[in-house]
Ligand binder design. Structure first.
Ligand SMILES: Nc1nc2c(ncn2[C@@H]2O[C@@H]3COP(=O)(O)O[C@H]4[C@@H](O)[C@H](n5cnc6c(=O)[nH]c(N)nc65)O[C@@H]4COP(=O)(O)O[C@H]3[C@H]2O)c(=O)[nH]1
Length: 646
């Protein structure tokens, strides 16, 4: 008798474990599962062969030893008790019941057997497939080279695993994961090929959904930052190879936040979708229009012939599109945009640099006024770097005590006496650099520091005025500038009243200087506010008069005390006729409205003579003094006092 050897027992034991795992779905479905199935099928074939051989041996032995003691039934019983036949049955059940399609071909690749799952996946009956080659399932998805490579690997390595697109009987092309294994006999010759596959359509479509989520903006469906960066990187290498140029356009919507805040986020979303569509219409199909989030859109023009014109043409087309109101529901919105442009290779050779520079140029476009574009320039880099530095540092400048108040005297043109002063803030950084207000006031406004800073200036100026009053100059008036945000702050009135009380300033001592544009923003509430100041004994002056857009009709209704003629007019007098006429008109306007006049920017004796001829009594300018520190101002006070005594 020949019993199955111990090696065979081992194989059977491991086969049982695998078969049970497969039946109960323990193995992972993606890649290890086909390997297990191949193992199972290997076992099917090996087991069947061994079993057949064992039975043959038994029957031979039986015939040989028919007269002997050992009954063949005993041998059969032994086989059954070893579980051998049972294992083979189990393997066949796996073949029949697995959800994976299985094809077994002969060494020539002619299909010998397929399992029921094969039919479920491909739609072909066993009878359709048996006797044919697996070519039957081919789609046009792959080149011939793909199949060559697959067979080469199969023959050399003994197996092939991978994704393959096949065609079902109904013509539908679908992706499947396929593992093919070459089965060999004892001599090493290939006897069969076993192919195991499963349909991965669902996996692929959820992969696609996931990829879409990773690479696209869910609101507008446009590529997102990740996808944009990817395309920009590829476009840069292509442009480098072909020695061509590309452009990046960075844009955001001016005042989008206001739309969102006033009309709600849903409305804002509709607006963004609409803008996205229109931007796509402004570009060619090979361009990438992406949304980085919020109201930021970035466009890639992957090939442009020249440095500027092509990119500028697209920017102009976009700006023209924004000239027309956007219609959302029943609303017509005037939305504007600012566009910054950077060009490869001049403005950067990496996605980061091109984006940063386009962003910088966009900031410059905003400064030029809304609905504008700007090309990146090297100088911008320096300006923006400085602005970023100031923006970071200013946040703690107040706590670090880096602000100073300078005072510029206001002079009585007839007597030369100092009648008051304007408080002008400066920022003295730790390294000693003095930064003028024109450079940081708008930053303080943007980051919300201005109300706090304004209060500090008001306190400092009022305290200093009180001290000078106490030192023997009780006639000095003090003028303090207000920014738009301060003027709109509900705290302002209360703040001013407290300072006036705290430093015992008499009525008409404190003047608040506001620009025309500030009051014109919301005329009615500005008038209410101004009346309250007047009731407190606070003077009001319209600063930079002539440069804004105040209406004369409103001017009549403003409870103001003074017009301050802007220095840009004074500077050109008396030579420039137009400037001189404007100054004359402002003077007669002030007279008719019973307002006082202050002329600023008085730099020369010719200015003084001209203003004197117009009957102006109060002036301010470098001819007398630049803004100076409190101690220098005290020296000026002492000098003019002694001059007057002489
Ligand atoms: N070329 C020339 N310039 C002259 C002459 N006389 C005076 N100036 C300058 O003209 C500006 C007058 O102040 P402003 O029109 O209120 O214009 C101010 C004001 O709008 C703003 N500002 C200054 N301090 C404050 C502040 O404390 N709060 C706010 N909100 N704004 C301030 O910054 C602006 C600029 O202030 P400054 O740089 O101090 O510049 C001052 C002053 O130095 C002259 O003869 N020739």
């Amino acid at each position: 008798m020949k019993k199955p050897g111990s090696a065979n027992h081992l194989i059977i034991v491991s086969f049982s474990a695998i078969a049970v795992m497969v039946l109960y779905g323990i193995a992972s479905p993606a890649t290890s599962y086909p390997h297990l199935l191949v193992a199972v099928l290997t076992m099917v074939i090996i087991s069947a062969t061994l079993w057949r051989r064992s039975l043959t041996t038994i029957s031979q032995d039986t015939s040989k030893e028919s007269a002997g003691d050992v009954s063949p039934r005993v041998e059969e019983h032994e086989i059954k008790s070893n579980g051998y036949e049972e294992e083979v049955r189990l393997a066949l059940r796996v073949f029949e019941n697995t959800v994976d399609g299985i094809i077994i071909t002969d060494s020539e690749g002619i299909i010998e057997r397929v399992n029921p799952a094969f039919k479920a996946i491909t739609g072909y009956e066993g009878s359709d497939a048996i006797g044919k080659k697996p070519k039957l399932l081919r789609s046009d998805h792959h080149e011939e080279a793909f199949y060559h490579a697959m067979w080469n690997e199969l023959v050399s390595e003994g197996s092939w695993n991978g994704e393959i697109w096949n065609r079902r009987k109904n013509g539908e092309v679908y992706p499947q994961w396929l593992s093919v294994t070459a089965m060999k006999d004892e001599t090493g010759a290939i006897t069969h090929y076993v192919g195991i596959f499963h349909d991965i359509t669902n996996i692929k479509s959820s992969e696609r959904r996931l990829e879409l989520q990773i690479t696209h903006d869910p609101l507008t469906g446009l590529p997102n930052r990740t996808q944009f960066n990817d395309r920009l990187l590829k476009a840069i290498s292509q442009a480098r190879r072909n020695r061509t140029r590309l452009a990046v356009l960075f844009l955001d919507l001016d005042n989008f936040k206001n739309v969102n805040d006033s009309l709600g986020h849903q409305f804002g979303d509709l607006l963004l979708k609409d803008v996205a569509q229109k931007l796509v219409q402004c570009c060619r199909t090979e361009d990438t229009v992406s949304r980085f989030g919020g109201d930021e859109f970035v466009i890639l023009l992957p090939t442009i012939q020249d440095n500027e014109p092509a990119a500028v043409r697209v920017a102009m087309r976009i700006l023209a599109m924004f000239q027309r109101p956007v219609e959302i529901k029943t609303w017509q919105l005037n939305i504007k945009t600012s566009i910054g442009i950077s060009v490869y290779p001049n403005d950067g050779d990496s996605p980061d640099l091109l984006l940063k520079n386009a962003d910088m140029a966009m900031y410059e476009a905003k400064l030029k006024g809304k609905n504008n574009y700007a090309m990146f320039t090297r100088e911008m880099d320096t300006i923006v770097q400085r602005r970023i530095m100031l923006e970071t540092d200013i946040r703690n400048a107040l706590d670090r005590g880096e602000f100073r108040v300078f005072y510029q005297p206001k002079i009585n043109i007839q007597t030369g006496a100092i009648v008051g002063m304007e408080a002008l803030v400066r920022w003295q950084r730790a390294d000693g650099e003095i930064i003028p207000p024109d450079e940081f006031i708008h930053i303080a406004e943007e980051i919300g520091l201005i109300v706090e800073l304004g209060e500090w200036v008001l306190t400092t100026a009022c305290r200093q005025t009180m001290l000078w009053h106490q030192q023997g100059y009780p006639h000095l008036g003090i003028a303090v500038n207000l920014s738009a945000k301060q003027f709109q702050s509900t705290r302002l009135l209360n703040q001013v009243q407290r300072k006036q009380d705290q430093f015992s300033l008499p009525d008409d001592c404190l003047t608040l200087e506001i620009t025309e544009n500030i009051v014109m923003e919301d005329v009615e509430s500005a008038i209410t506010m101004m009346k309250q100041f007047r009731d407190l004994g606070i003077r009001l002056s319209i600063d930079d008069f002539g440069t804004g857009y105040s209406s004369l009709a409103y001017l009549r209704r403003f409870p103001i005390n003074e017009l301050k003629i802007d220095k840009s007019f004074i500077i050109d007098t008396p030579k420039d006729q137009e400037a001189s006429n404007i100054v004359k008109s402002i003077v007669s306007l002030a007279e008719s409205l019973n307002l006082k006049i202050v002329a600023e920017g008085v730099e020369t004796s010719a200015h003084v003579a001209f203003l004197t001829s117009l009957g102006i009594s109060t002036v301010q300018g470098y001819f007398y003094s630049k803004p100076v520190t409190a101690s220098t101002f005290e020296t000026l006070l002492a000098q003019t006092k002694s001059r007057q005594k002489i």
